[in-house]
Design a protein around this ligand. Structure first.
Ligand code: GDP
Ligand code: MG
Length: 439
């Protein structure tokens, strides 16, 4: 999602005057991006309509910075699309309040069960009980028990032999006796959505009538997360979603589409493996992330679709350390040819938005061919060590490639600038390695 928007936004951002044509162009891109992210057609239509109305309206036209004002409108509407702030948890009229955690294997159900219990106690002063209803893997029960120990909270388990439906029902009885006001049921997952899993979850649901059914989804799984959310919601009528692993380098597209497709709020965001790393989901931050962050992941994904993965990693490493040569550059060009214009690729690197030098580096497809010719006319040594390219060498290279000396000069300059930029960028990256949202 991000990359498309990025390009358009980059274009519109600095505009002192936004024409209807600009708005039209942008909304078209936004629309395509949303549709591509599997957002429901009707949702997209409404969304675009609202943006259009607002973007050609007074607030934008009369603003001193119309370009930025448009971005603000898009951001606000994106935020609205992901729902407002929604972190409230149900409270049953008669305790205990029952929360059922569902999701695929590895999504983070067990971890989130612990995190949620921790949050309920810390923020709401509650006294939760954890329930080990994932009986298919002994390790799952141990995992929950370990969390319970860390939190000093009771974990209800009947071992691996018992039926999960029984376990859940008996846990609720136990919670009543022991005055636990929340019961969080950690259920089993599968690698894929399947009927057995859904049957079991439906039975648990029918048996304990939960106040909340939270789907735990791994944000890293991108569009898969949307399909998963849709089928769980169809079968179980979820009450909310927890998006985990947002501490990773993920796109925001999943968040957008999940809300749009299921119409269920994303309530919490998992921001790490530790028990206190569960946060309220902030739609606004997510919108910023979608709009403003370079998308390293999509760069890598894009690279993987087209080229040799290992080689790309190496090149990326070299780019970051600014130690790459014209030979690498040439190879890079070959690699990225299928990936689209180089400036777009650079634009996907986190932090690239802010780089001043970026504007001077523009390659279009035709230029790429010229650039390639120029580099190919360099000797091996010149490619490794461009600083030795003096006036005579420049003339020779220009002749060999059928380009002018000034074109050779320009390339040399751009190359240096790019190297400098890569270095700056990798420094910036080091500076903000922290967890959480970066923008
Ligand atoms: P389950 O199979 O759904 O119960 O998933 P688990 O709770 O066992 O989690 C699977 C893995 O994901 C574990 O290694 C967790 O530590 C990790 N994990 C869960 N939530 C997060 C999160 O928000 N951020 C990160 N980085 N890792 C997480
Ligand atoms: Mg588990």
């Amino acid at each position: 999602l991000s990359e498309r928007l990025q390009q358009t936004i980059q274009k519109i951002k600095g505009k002192g005057k936004v024409t209807e044509q600009d708005v039209k162009e942008m909304t078209r891109e936004v629309r395509l991006a949303l549709l591509e992210a599997d957002v429901n057609f009707k949702v997209v239509k409404d969304f675009i309509k609202r943006i259009k109305e607002r973007a050609v309206g007074q607030e934008v036209m009369e603003s001193l910075t119309p370009g930025q004002q448009v971005i603000k409108v898009v951001k606000e509407e994106l935020t609205a699309l992901m729902g407002g702030e929604q972190s409230k948890i149900a409270v049953a009229d008669r305790p205990p309040t029952v929360i059922m955690m569902v999701g695929l294997q590895g999504a983070g159900k067990t971890t989130t069960t612990g995190k949620l219990a921790n949050l309920l106690r810390k923020k709401y002063n509650r006294n939760p009980m954890l329930v080990a209803a994932d009986v298919y893997r002994p390790a799952a029960i141990n995992q929950l028990q370990t969390l319970g120990k860390q939190l000093n909270m009771p974990v209800f388990s009947l071992g691996t032999e018992a039926n999960p439906v029984d376990i859940a029902a008996k846990a609720v009885e136990e919670a009543k006796r022991e005055h636990n006001d929340y019961v969080i049921v950690d259920t089993a997952g599968r690698l894929h959505v399947d009927n057995d899993l859904m049957d079991e979850l439906q039975q648990i649901k029918a048996s304990v009538n939960p106040d909340e059914i939270f789907l735990v989804v791994d944000a890293m799984t991108g569009q898969d997360a949307v399909n998963v959310a849709e089928s769980f919601n169809d079968q179980l009528d979820l009450t909310g979603v927890v998006l985990t692993k947002l501490d990773g380098d993920t796109r925001g597209g999943a968040a957008l589409s999940i809300k749009a497709v299921t119409d269920k709020p994303i309530k919490f965001a998992g921001m790490g493996e530790k028990l206190d790393e569960l946060e309220d989901f902030h739609p606004e931050r997510m919108a910023s992330r979608i709009l403003g962050m370079g998308d390293m992941l999509s760069l890598i994904e894009k690279a993987q679709e087209n080229v040799d993965e290992k080689r790309v990693k190496e090149l990326e490493q070299k780019m970051r350390s600014a130690s790459f040569t014209f030979d690498d550059f040439l190879e890079q060009m070959g690699q990225v040819k299928n990936m689209g214009p180089l400036e777009d690729i650079i634009g996907m690197l986190p932090g690239a938005n802010k780089m001043k030098g970026l504007k001077n580096i523009q390659f279009d497809e035709k230029q790429l061919v010229h650039v390639e010719a120029i580099i190919q006319s360099m000797t091996k040594k010149e490619r490794q060590e461009p600083s030795i390219i003096n006036a005579n060498r420049k003339k020779r290279i220009a002749k060999g490639s059928g380009r002018t000396v000034s074109e050779v000069n320009r390339l040399l300059k751009q190359f240096e600038e790019m190297k400098k930029m890569m270095k700056q960028m990798s420094n910036m990256q080091k500076g903000k390695k922290g967890k959480g949202f970066n923008f």
